[in-house]
Ligand binder design. Structure first.
Ligand code: NAG
Ligand code: NAG
Ligand code: NAG
Ligand code: NAG
Ligand code: NAG
Ligand code: NAG
Ligand code: NAG
Ligand code: NAG
Ligand code: NAG
Ligand code: NAG
Ligand code: NAG
Ligand code: NAG
Length: 832
């Protein structure tokens, strides 16, 4: 067969090569009527900013025509032509300009995507890729635009692009997410301008369910997104005329590469390319919390903001498509592991469907209320209805849900918004099916084995009795020797089977026991090491080398048998149970960033609880900043790098962590220095172990004056902005080299932050503010920038403080900012 095929294959290869050669090469930015684009050919915009051609996302076998950034190492596709109709062979598919349209022909030369323009009849159109990322189709002679990709965006909103509403048809234009990370087909989430003609943007699920709006535009910001006021990157403008209304934006600094994307996560995200880190940096995303995205985990899925991954299935359910889940597409949701009995009247009591309580959740969307008087009636209403999947009975009466349960959120045990609903499940009543199944197998095998042994013994005894002539049916037995032998053999065989069965049962039991123990340990630990108390006692020489301590911990230096040096933190006042402690610690263990101290492991034995970290050889920042000997002081460049790297670490905690961690105690003592003075933030996540309210009490009691944001004392909710405040106070100290709360080294009594802010605002001598040991050796611009940021960070109103993600690019020098007002609370210190 192979021999038969070979000549043809050879021929087709030849034809292919031949055809490659006659196609004009496309080292240009345009494609006109006599040209085609195929295979690895691409268009490159005249300035070399964008490139257009075939691409296949991830491991996908499908090819799409797309536009991507030419200069960026991570291939980032900003527009896709045939997102819903891929082709499978990029060499025989081609993009052509035909009859005044841009058309993609598939392998069989059949159009699968087209610009669909009807008016034009002439052949003389040309498609041009611009440096803005816009693909234009225009008439060759008149240069009149026939079509542009900016009018037909897919998932990304580029600077200069628009997401518009047609004022005549009232048809909105959608920015629609990919289906998953490897499939550009239209996903469920899209952004649109309010079809009613207001200036608000909406995000919709399946183009029907609105779950986010930015509120109307007031000329500077969308009313519900006040932090945009501090968005120094984009210059937004609203345009409205008789044909269309839309927003567009430009970059204040055009050398920054940035865009907005409707993500697979259902969030609109603002990303900027960080050349130094070779990655996209998330500036901002809405809705802020993943679980606010409508039905993010699909039907019968449950979203948990405090876990990774966010989505899991409700008890008794499993992902419909595990591969899609792996690609971050949860829209398929979960399906039942066991079908419901429904109202089959013949089913016995043990086979009846039953209800499992789901406590501490937000209720599913689209409840139907039923007018019944008590919980029992509510339950039986749901039980009787085959389609009913769950019910809840609370102060609003009885609610039932038919069909898929959407939008269930698992809350933490102490979230007072938690409610309870009852999920209908099929019998048998085993909540932990997998584990139980293994036990059942064990029991069955054991039983079979046992019965086998019992039978064998019985048979053996019977044979013996027959041999001795005690049997009642002597005549029958003696009449057939063959039968007797047969019986003996059966007995022996049964005995062997029985024995083997019993052995197997014991083996299985042992294996399952061990596996369930190992599994439990692993799931809690992740990459963390669970140390024994003895190990730590030995490593720290019986806790003899104390490095430091706070109000709920002391830290000891230790050396592991592999001679790596560790810092062992002994936790006090941790009232949490073992299980919760392990789960919190394993969450903290997943948080890794170059500017965060790495958690290596933990130890929990009885009341003793320890966290084990990498040891930082150069200690904490305060020791270097506030020490008396001038000789060892940090140079300005190093201080600036410390400010920047700390901001990156904090930004990571606030934005990138699935968990959204507030540090609560940013101060020089908690900034540790690595051997080359790379700063690492210590003690993040401890709030999770101690509890926010206890932490509030401890924090205010401790009263680290100069770091406490006003909201600690006023008692309102604590947000990441408390860290911004602490960070701002620390920036002042980096400049002055003294604690804000102490008088200066030369005896001046001015409160440094107030003094510094005033000097910068009044355009005074900035270097005068500098730590005297630096002898004015510093970059004036950098000092000014740091003081400006610091003054913004310590604003009384937390909404006036920038977020860490806005601070990072300012420190990186990408962005500038306006002069801050002096906070009222700082003015109190003017003459003190
Ligand atoms: C296309 O080819 C035809 C003849 O082969 C030629 O007359 C025409 O000018 C070409 N058009 C363009 C746009 O190059
Ligand atoms: C090309 O597209 C047509 C129409 O969608 C389809 O019927 C045909 O199977 C496609 N050819 C290939 C090779 O995929
Ligand atoms: C073009 O028109 C066809 C048929 O009406 C439609 O299926 C296709 O989605 C349209 N393509 C675009 C890019 O609008
Ligand atoms: C989205 O809406 C369409 C009808 O508008 C419906 O057919 C489809 O099932 C919906 N998708 C999901 C995932 O519910
Ligand atoms: C912002 O954009 C508008 C309209 O494009 C323009 O008139 C204005 O000058 C821009 N502002 C800045 C600061 O670039
Ligand atoms: C839409 O067009 C109508 C006239 O066709 C006009 O009166 C109206 O002001 C336009 N809307 C906007 C938002 O410009
Ligand atoms: C609106 O559309 C009409 C017809 O396409 C065009 O003549 C007119 O210039 C457009 N108005 C604006 C403000 O673009
Ligand atoms: C969470 O659920 C548990 C168990 O049902 C319950 O005891 C606790 O009160 C719930 N927590 C809240 C805040 O409702
Ligand atoms: C560690 O110290 C405890 C008491 O502080 C003592 O009982 C124990 O023997 C010491 N262990 C070692 C190995 O030194
Ligand atoms: C204690 O640590 C030393 C080296 O650090 C090692 O040789 C010794 O075996 C350890 N002892 C125990 C009991 O783990
Ligand atoms: C910082 O750590 C390195 C490596 O341990 C050490 O050589 C250096 O002396 C330390 N610097 C200071 C100022 O302590
Ligand atoms: C614009 O950003 C670049 C870095 O991308 C920076 O080098 C340049 O100084 C910035 N320009 C302005 C005016 O801020």
């Amino acid at each position: 067969m192979d021999k038969m095929k070979n000549p043809f294959r050879f021929l087709s290869l030849l034809v292919l090569c031949f055809s490659c050669r006659i196609i004009p090469s496309l080292a240009t930015d345009s494609i006109s009527a006599n040209q085609t684009l195929s295979g690895d050919q691409t268009l490159i915009s005249s300035g070399g900013v964008f490139e257009l051609g075939f691409f296949n996302p991830g491991n996908s076998l499908n090819y799409y025509i797309g536009i991507w950034y030419k200069k960026i190492s991570t291939k980032t596709v900003v527009w896709v032509a045939n997102r819903d109709s891929p082709v499978s062979d990029k060499n025989s598919a081609k993009l052509v300009v035909s009859n005044g349209n841009l058309v993609l022909l598939n392998e069989s030369q059949i159009p699968v995507w087209s610009t669909n323009l009807t008016s034009s009849t002439s052949d003389s159109a040309v498609a041009i890729l611009l440096d803005s990322g816009n693909l234009l189709l225009r008439k060759l002679e008149s240069s009149e635009n026939l079509w542009e990709s900016f009018d037909n965006p897919t998932h990304i909103f580029l600077p200069g692009g628009k997401i518009k509403l047609n004022n005549k048809t009232k048809q909105p234009q959608y920015l629609t997410s990919w289906k998953n990370t490897e499939d550009p087909a239209q996903g469920l989430f899209s952004l649109e301008l309010d079809p009613k003609g207001t200036t608000a943007y909406y995000i919709l699920w399946n183009k029907s369910e609105q779950y986010w709006t930015g509120g109307p535009w007031n000329g500077q910001t969308f009313s519900l997104v006040p932090e945009m006021r501090l968005n120094f990157l984009y210059n937004f403008t609203f345009v409205s005329n008789e044909n269309e209304s839309y927003f567009t934006y430009s970059m204040y600094n055009t050398s920054i590469i940035s865009h907005m994307v409707m993500g697979v996560s259902g969030q609109i995200q603002q990303l900027s390319w960080l050349e130094s880190a070779q990655q996209w940096n998330l500036f901002w995303s809405q809705p802020r919390r993943q679980c606010e995205v409508y039905a993010f985990c699909g039907g019968f899925g449950s979203c948990n903001e405090n876990s990774l991954p966010f989505c899991s299935c409700l008890t008794g359910f499993e992902p419909k498509s595990p591969t899609d889940w792996d690609l971050q597409d949860h829209s398929g949701g979960c399906v039942r592991k066991t079908k419901l009995q429904c109202k089959n009247p013949s089913s016995s009591n043990s086979e009846k469907d039953w209800f499992l309580a789901m406590p501490n959740v937000t209720l599913p969307k689209h409840a139907q209320s039923v007018g019944v008087g008590n919980a029992g009636e509510c339950e039986s209403t749901c039980l009787k209805n085959c389609c009913c999947a769950a019910y809840a009975y609370d102060s609003n009466g009885c609610s039932v849900w038919n069909g898929d349960l959407l939008g269930v959120q698992q809350l933490s045990q102490d979230d007072s918004n938690g409610e309870t609903f009852y999920l209908k499940l099929a019998a048998p009543k085993f909540p932990d099916a997998k584990h139980k199944k293994q036990e059942i197998i064990g029991i069955v095998v054991g039983l079979v084995g046992g019965v086998g042994v019992f039978l064998a013994i019985c048979l053996f005894v019977m044979m013996r009795m027959k041999k001795r002539g005690v049997g009642l049916r002597r005549t029958v037995a003696s009449s057939s020797m063959a039968f007797r032998h047969c019986g003996e053999i059966i007995g022996i065989v049964m005995g062997i089977i029985g024995g083997l069965g019993a052995l197997l049962a014991i083996l299985l039991f042992v294996i399952f026991r061990r596996r369930s123990l190992v599994g439990k340990g692993k799931s809690v630990q992740g990459s963390l090491v669970a140390f024994g108390y003895r190990d730590l006692q030995n490593a720290t020489k019986n806790f003899s080398e104390k490095l430091g301590g706070g109000s709920f911990s002391s830290v000891f230096r230790g050396t592991l048998p592999d001679s790596s040096v560790i810092a062992v933190k002994k936790l006090e006042r941790i009232s949490q149970g073992e299980k919760q402690f392990r789960s919190e610690v394993s969450t903290i263990g997943t948080i890794k960033h170059v500017n965060l101290v790495r958690l290596r492991g933990f130890c929990t034995e009885g009341n003793k609880k320890f966290l084990v970290y990498d040891y930082m050889p150069n200690g904490s920042l305060d020791a270097h900043l506030f020490q008396e000997e001038n000789s060892k002081n940090l140079e300005w460049k190093v201080r600036y790098q410390i400010a920047l790297a700390t901001a990156r670490g904090l930004n990571y905690l606030h934005e990138k962590c699935r968990d959204y961690i507030i540090h609560c105690d940013i101060k020089p003592e908690n900034i540790l220095l690595d051997f080359d003075f790379c700063p690492k933030i210590a003690d993040f996540g401890l709030t999770k172990l101690v509890g926010m309210e206890i932490n509030r009490i401890l924090t205010t009691m401790r009263g680290t004056r100069g770091y406490l944001a006003p909201e600690w004392i006023s008692g309102v909710a604590i947000t990441p902005k408390v860290d911004v405040y602490g960070y701002g106070m620390m920036l002042f100290e980096l400049v002055s080299g003294r604690r804000n709360s102490e008088p200066s080294k030369d005896g001046q009594v001015k409160f440094f932050p107030t003094w510094a802010a005033t000097v910068v605002i009044q355009g005074g001598d900035v270097l005068e503010l500098l730590d005297p040991t630096l002898e004015r050796k510093a970059d004036i611009e950098e000092v000014t920038r740091i003081i400006k940021i610091a003054s913004w960070c310590v604003q009384d109103e937390e909404s006036n403080r920038p977020s860490m993600c806005q601070i990072v690019p300012i420190l990186e020098g990408f962005l500038d900012m306006s002069l801050p007002p002096i906070p009222r609370s700082l003015l109190l210190f003017v003459d003190s």
